[in-house]
Design a protein around this ligand. Structure first.
Ligand code: ZN
Length: 74
């Protein structure tokens, strides 16, 4: 199943989403990727999410986003 990232926006700059990294919607700018990496605690940051029992599958993240309005910032 292909995900259409174009209907989402980068969490940092609001540009059209082109990829999902570190369990974030991101554009292709390095600065946004870097910010996401920092926010998620480094290269293994998405593993924290996994450790919390949350899915790191982009499709699941999108589903969660629709349900929880992404209050994952604390
Ligand atoms: Zn961006």
């Amino acid at each position: 199943m292909a995900l259409d990232f174009s209907q989402y926006t980068c969490e940092y700059c609001g540009a059209p989403c082109t990829q999902v990294l570190f369990a974030c919607f991101l554009c292709d700018k390095k600065e946004c990727v870097d910010k996401a990496r920092e926010d998620r605690g480094g290269p293994g940051g998405h593993m924290k999410r996994k450790a919390q029992g949350q899915s790191i599958d982009p499709a699941d993240i999108i589903r969660e986003d629709m349900i929880t309005e992404s209050s994952d910032k604390n």
